[in-house]
Design a protein around this ligand. Structure first.
Ligand SMILES: *Cc1c(COP(=O)(O)O)cnc(C)c1O
Length: 222
């Protein structure tokens, strides 16, 4: 498994060369992260707080840590001081907790709102009604220590490319619609985090600005 070669192959196959690559290093040993860093990667995606905590001191200070998994409220405090972007904000309750932790340490924490775009029940995220409810809530306007940088979504795990494309397209449409609305200043819609090893080309064709790629770089996970 040559991480540098894999990275070159992945980058070469980008439909949009400006799309940001997040190297998803969950479950992988620190040597693999260091190899990716040496090959120029600065953005790493992890889905467990404990694992980020363990890896963070081992990596250079300019490494950017992306929390891409489901985050439990009681663990926010461990990553709040340094996390670069929390992709998986899947409830208003969690967003309020992140705001609270940000306030405690006087840091504005960048986040993405995770939308449920897949057919599967199991994937986390807001549905449309929950999103509208949050945006209409007075509590939402009162947030002070989060910055919503955009949306994140995971497509259905399927061979059906048309379905994947349709789900990504729906997320992009929602993104554009939200951009045209009058939202509080801390909502700065710039990023759409969509696309993984199996579907990043479709995601880029549909307007992704960030792809989260693991196995195509680091090999399959056990
Ligand atoms: C694991 C994971 C990825 C990367 O998946 P690959 O198929 O290995 O590229 C991307 N996003 C999320 C949210 C993940 O949990």
């Amino acid at each position: 498994m040559d991480i540098k070669v894999n990275l070159e192959t992945v980058k070469k196959s980008f439909v949009n060369p400006d799309c940001q690559l997040i190297a998803v290093s969950k479950t992988k040993p620190i040597e693999d992260l260091k190899a990716a860093y040496a090959a120029g990667i600065r953005d790493f995606g992890e889905n467990k707080v404990q694992e980020i905590q363990a890896k963070q001191p081992e990596m250079p200070a300019n490494t950017r840590w992306h929390m891409i998994g489901h985050l439990q409220s009681n663990k926010i405090k461990y990553i709040a001081p340094f996390v670069h972007l929390i992709h998986g904000v899947d409830s208003f309750k969690l967003l309020k907790e992140i705001d609270k932790q940000g306030k405690k340490i006087d840091r504005i924490i960048p986040v993405l709102i995770q939308m449920h775009i897949a057919e599967e029940e199991s994937k986390f995220g807001f549905d449309r009604a929950e999103l509208e409810e949050m945006l209409d809530s007075p509590d939402f306007g009162a947030l002070t220590h989060v910055r919503i940088m955009g949306l994140m979504g995971m497509a259905t795990f399927t061979e059906n490319q048309d379905q994947i494309r349709k789900e990504f397209r729906g997320l992009k449409q929602l993104f554009e619609e939200l951009k045209s609305r009058n939202l509080p200043e801390f909502v700065q819609l710039k990023e759409i985090s969509m696309g993984m090893s199996g579907d990043y080309k479709i995601a880029q064709e549909e307007g992704s600005t960030m792809v989260r790629i693991g196995s195509a770089i680091f090999g399959s996970r056990s």
